[in-house]
Design a protein around this ligand. Structure first.
Ligand SMILES: [Zn+2]
Length: 300
C-alpha cells in the first residue's frame, strides 16, 4: 500500500513536470514589441515576422495603410499580439483601425480579429472565410469576427490614393490566398504566397497545393505589373524581380518532385537531388516539406 502511495506521488510529480514542459517558453511572456518599417508616408509594415524565435515572432508582416477614412491593416498577427499591433499603429496615426484584410486563414495572420472588435470591417477571399469557419478561434461567439465582406476573383475598395485592389488567382499556400495591391503606392502584399526564400508551405488541409502554386504565381506576375515593392509574408521587403525568381524556384521544385515521383523515387531521393545553389540567398530548410506536399497530392 505504501509503495502504491509512493508510486502515485511520483506519477503526480511526473505529470506536473510534463504539464510544465508543455507550457510556452517563459520568454514568450515577456514584453511584446513589434518592429515597424516606413515604406511611404501613409504605408508602414509591422515586421518581427521571422518564425523561429518564440519571444520575437509576432506573426506575418502586417501592412498599415492610412486612408482618409481610417487605417486598414493587411493581416493582424498571432493571438496575444493585438495590443502590441495597436500601440505601433498609434505611433504613426491617430486614426482608428476601420478595416482588416486577412490574406488567408492561418492564426499568425488572423489572430487578432477579435481584439480589434466587431465594428471593424473584415475582408477576405470567400474560400478563406470557409477555412476560417473551421477554426476553433472563430466558433460560437467568435463567429462575429469572421470576414463580413468576401469576394471571389477580384474586388476594389476605395478610390484614388486610398484605393486597394484584392486579387485571387487560385490554390497555393491555401485555397484562398489574397494578393493586396496599393496602386497609388505601387506596393503589393503577397501574404504567404511569397513567405520566404525557401520551399513554400502548402497547407493541404486548407486546400493548399504545391502542384498549382507555380501557375498561380505566374498569373500574379502576368496580371499585377505596376508595382515596385513587394511585402512578403515572413521576410524582409522584396522587389517584383524577387517574386519572379521565387516563381521560377517553386516551378523548378514542383517539377523536380513530380518527375522524381513518376520515376519511382522517394521524397528523400527527390530532395537529395535538388539544389538551391542557383537561387542566391535561398535556403532548403522547407524544400523537403514542399516536395512531400507534391507527393501527397499526386499519390493515388
Ligand atoms: Zn500562412
Amino acid at each position: 500500500m505504501k509503495r502504491l502511495f509512493l508510486l502515485g506521488g511520483l506519477l503526480a510529480v511526473f505529470s506536473l513536470s510534463l504539464a510544465a514542459a508543455q507550457q510556452p517558453p517563459a520568454a514568450a511572456a515577456g514584453p511584446k514589441t513589434i518592429d515597424i518599417l516606413k515604406l511611404k508616408d501613409n504605408l508602414y509594415v509591422l515586421t518581427s515576422s521571422t518564425p523561429g524565435n518564440a519571444a520575437t515572432f509576432s506573426g506575418g508582416n502586417v501592412a498599415v495603410f492610412i486612408t482618409d477614412g481610417g487605417v486598414t491593416l493587411v493581416d493582424d498577427k498571432l493571438a496575444g499580439w493585438g495590443q502590441a499591433v495597436l500601440d505601433k499603429v498609434k505611433s504613426v496615426s491617430n486614426k482608428p483601425i476601420t478595416r482588416i484584410i486577412n490574406t488567408h486563414t492561418h492564426g499568425d495572420h488572423t489572430g487578432n480579429n477579435n481584439f480589434f472588435g466587431a465594428n471593424v470591417e473584415i475582408v477576405a477571399q470567400e474560400n478563406t472565410k470557409a477555412n476560417m469557419m473551421k477554426m476553433d478561434a472563430f466558433k460560437g461567439e467568435n463567429a462575429q469576427y469572421l470576414p463580413s465582406k468576401t469576394y471571389k476573383d477580384k474586388t476594389t475598395i476605395g478610390t484614388g490614393k486610398d484605393r486597394i485592389d484584392l486579387y485571387y488567382f487560385g490554390a497555393g499556400h491555401t485555397s484562398g490566398d489574397t494578393f493586396v495591391v496599393f496602386p497609388a503606392l505601387r506596393v503589393l502584399h503577397t501574404g504567404d504566397m511569397f513567405a520566404w526564400k525557401d520551399g513554400p508551405l502548402c497547407d493541404r488541409n486548407n486546400g493548399g497545393s504545391c502542384v498549382a502554386f507555380p501557375q498561380t504565381l505566374s498569373k500574379v506576375i502576368a496580371t499585377i505589373k505596376d508595382v515596385d515593392t513587394v511585402i512578403p509574408g515572413h521576410s524582409p521587403m522584396q522587389t517584383p524581380k524577387d517574386l519572379q525568381e521565387f516563381q521560377r524556384f517553386v516551378a523548378d521544385l514542383s517539377t523536380h518532385a513530380q518527375t522524381a515521383m513518376k520515376a519511382g523515387k522517394s521524397v528523400d531521393e527527390a530532395f537529395a537531388s535538388f539544389s538551391v545553389d542557383k537561387y542566391p540567398g535561398y535556403k532548403n530548410e522547407r524544400v523537403k516539406g514542399s516536395m512531400q506536399a507534391v507527393y501527397d497530392e499526386l499519390k493515388k
